[in-house]
Write a protein that binds this ligand. Structure first.
Ligand SMILES: Nc1ncnc2c1ncn2[C@@H]1O[C@H](COP(=O)(O)OP(=O)(O)OP(=O)(O)O)[C@@H](O)[C@H]1O
Length: 628
């Protein structure tokens, strides 16, 4: 059977490709510069095996020339050039990559990999240009050729004059339209910006004339403009340098140059991996949280480079959410790029890198905690909340990774402590890790509920962040010790004689307590004699899973159904307090007074908890009733 070839309508293919591959027009320059760099690399590789050729790096460069008068942008390179046949096959055939073929023919291993592989990048020029003119003279040839195309209409090739080996590409830019201005690609500052963004680490100098101004000679305060050629790119990426060559200042400068943050980094991590997936990375832990860090607007991610060429500004897949504060970049030669170089074809390599990076960051944070507590606490102040969110989210899937990085304020140490430090110094007989929740340390310090636990000499962790208690509920235990709120109805503390006494009292005063509960009409589950209060007359505790702090947080969240979460509150009364005597008297002789006292005590307990009083006016009126 006769085998037929597919027919490709190359005009349409070109149009489709030009307009659908790239999301940003500016990348055309990245593609042309990458081709120029590949062309110079090819001479470099040839010189490795050809004794007749020498490669003196100083002679090789890429030059960018914007010309506003002609509306042309020229890209010149001193690379290997193209013969007539090569112009025809490489630029005349879409998806033909001379660079890929070169890579296959020449075994290239030293890590300076050729960039081109798909054979389409060149055509990105047609996104911004009506006419593209390529004049090229190949290495070893005296004759140059000119290739010219208006895109879909095909191309022409004719002999041309060119003094040096290399390629000159002239783009005649499209006319501006209502929606698009192509003039930006003639603007020095814009060009500089694009070069810095995508091609900063191309290994050869990218030169361009840049306008500066200087005072006029006659010293009358006026300035004149003059042009000077500058190398725009930094060339050697800092991450390819040896760590021993680099100082802290170099890393800080890179952080600032890249605008990873406006602060100083607290720590940098320089990673070089030569494993199954090779990559370099420079990561930073910032000193301060960006202003939008804890908002939905914040975008996590690392810059992703393939061979020194920027592929993605913020690759989110490289960082878990709980380390979203990390800034920096990753460069790998082993990424499977897709044709636009914007997304990755397969993410196996990326997954390997992400996993690796995650454990590196964790290890660095652990080291910081162990060896530089002061700076760790600084870090924790800025990003601790994110770690706690990390423990809580994904149903606690990452709690093991994160639990040893957590810190909480300790009632005894009066500073932040780790869970390990807490558990390791727990006295014999202490069953639980105790915590108290509140808006601030000062407020928790005064919470009546902490009295019994503190009296026992037990340390209490203070939870002042909304997320704290939720994270801890997800952890459940640390080193086999369960967490317990000081407001829990059962504190797990053996009260001895005192406890028996309270139980006896409970029975004795049951009628009074029931009456009081009735006055509060469903606002609380019950009233009981407190085992935990020593000096304070009243407090609230809870039964069940939901604590008062959780009730506050959950009810503060947007809730379209208007449903409210309520903790099962218990009003605890200190039966050894003088107030209790008044309650008993009122119960016996003046029920109206008892109602008044009950409401007052309940509202006081709410205030202590930082909960709103339902009717503040009624509350102040009640106080006045007591006063008169
Ligand atoms: N400045 C240049 N000097 C020498 N050869 C070039 C130059 N520009 C392009 N070429 C040749 O043209 C071919 C096609 O270029 P094109 O940019 O379309 O694809 P590529 O660079 O091979 O791959 P990719 O699509 O991945 O960039 C290149 O492979 C190279 O052989």
């Amino acid at each position: 059977m006769e085998k037929k070839q597919f027919q490709a309508e190359s005009k349409r293919l070109l149009e489709m490709m030009i307009n659908s591959i790239y999301t940003k027009k500016e990348v055309f320059l990245r593609e042309l510069i990458s081709n120029a760099s590949d062309a110079i690399d090819k001479i470099y590789y040839k010189a490795l095996t050809d004794d007749a050729l020498t490669f003196d790096k100083d002679n090789y460069y890429i030059r960018i020339i914007p010309n506003k008068d002609n509306r042309t942008l020229t890209v010149i390179d001193t690379g290997i050039g193209m013969t007539k046949e090569e112009l025809e096959s490489n630029l005349g055939t879409i998806a033909k990559s001379g660079s890929l073929a070169f890579k296959k023919e020449n075994e290239i291993k030293d890590g300076y990999d050729i960039i081109g592989q798909f054979g389409v990048g060149f055509y990105a020029a047609f996104m911004v240009a009506d006419v593209v003119t390529v004049t090229s003279r190949a290495l070893g040839s005296e004759q140059a050729f000119k290739w010219e195309s208006r895109g879909a209409d095909g191309y022409t090739i004719e002999p041309a004059e060119k003094g040096d080996v290399g390629t000159e590409i002239v783009l005649t830019l499209k006319e501006n339209t209502e929606d698009e201005s192509y003039d930006e690609f003639l603007d020095e500052w814009r060009l500089k910006e694009i070069i810095k963004k995508y091609s900063d680490f191309i290994r050869y100098p990218i030169k361009m004339e840049v306008t500066h101004s200087k005072p006029k000679d006659d010293d009358n305060g006026e300035y004149v403009d003059y042009k000077e050629e500058e190398t725009i790119n930094s060339m050697v990426p800092i991450w390819k340098k040896n760590k021993s060559e680099l100082t802290d200042e170099d890393y800080i400068n890179f952080y600032n140059e890249k605008r990873y943050g406006f602060d100083k980094p607290l720590k940098h991590i320089h990673i070089r991996v030569d494993g199954t997936v090779r990559y370099n990375a420079i990561l930073y832990i910032p000193e301060r949280a960006p202003y939008d860090f804890y908002t939905p607007d914040y975008e996590k991610g690392l810059e992703l480079y393939s061979n020194g060429v920027l592929i993605m500004n913020k690759c989110a897949d490289l960082l878990p959410d709980y380390f979203s504060f990390v800034k920096g970049m990753v460069d790998s030669e082993d990424l499977s790029l897709n044709i636009s170089r914007e997304m990755l074809q397969h993410d196996r390599q990326l997954k390997v890198i992400a996993k690796n990076i995650k454990s590196k960051i964790k290890r660095e944070l652990e080291n910081l905690l162990k060896n530089d507590r002061e700076n760790y606490e600084k870090f924790y102040e800025a990003f601790g909340r994110q770690l706690k969110f990390g423990v809580y989210s994904d149903f606690g899937a990452n709690k093991e990774v994160l639990q040893d990085l957590l810190l909480f304020y300790s009632s005894k140490e009066k500073k932040l402590v780790t869970l390990a430090e807490y558990v390791d110094r727990m006295p014999e007989g202490q069953k639980y890790i105790y915590y108290a929740t509140g808006d601030s340390i000062e407020r928790i310090d005064k919470l009546p509920q902490t009295e019994l636990v503190a009296d026992k000499g037990y340390e209490i962790l203070y939870f002042t962040d909304d997320v704290d208690e939720f994270a801890i509920k997800m952890l459940l235990k640390y080193k086999e010790k369960e967490f317990k709120s000081v407001s829990d109805s059962d504190l797990g503390i053996d009260g001895g004689e005192n406890e028996k006494e309270t139980e006896a009292e409970e029975k004795e005063y049951q009628e009074l307590f029931d009456y009081m509960a009735g006055v509060l009409d469903g606002k609380i589950k019950k009233v009981k004699a407190s085992k935990r209060l020593k000096t304070h007359p009243v407090c609230l505790s809870t039964e069940g899973e939901i604590t008062i702090e959780m009730e506050k947080v959950l009810n503060a969240m947007p809730n379209p159904n208007g449903q409210k979460v309520t903790a099962e509150k218990v009003l605890e009364i200190n039966t050894h307090h003088d107030v209790f005597k008044s309650l008993q008297d009122a119960f016996n002789i003046d029920k109206e007074k008892l109602k008044l006292y009950t409401k007052l005590l309940y509202n006081q307990a709410l205030l202590i908890e930082g909960l709103p009083i339902e009717d503040p006016v009624a509350f102040t009126n009640d106080i006045c009733k007591v006063m008169v």
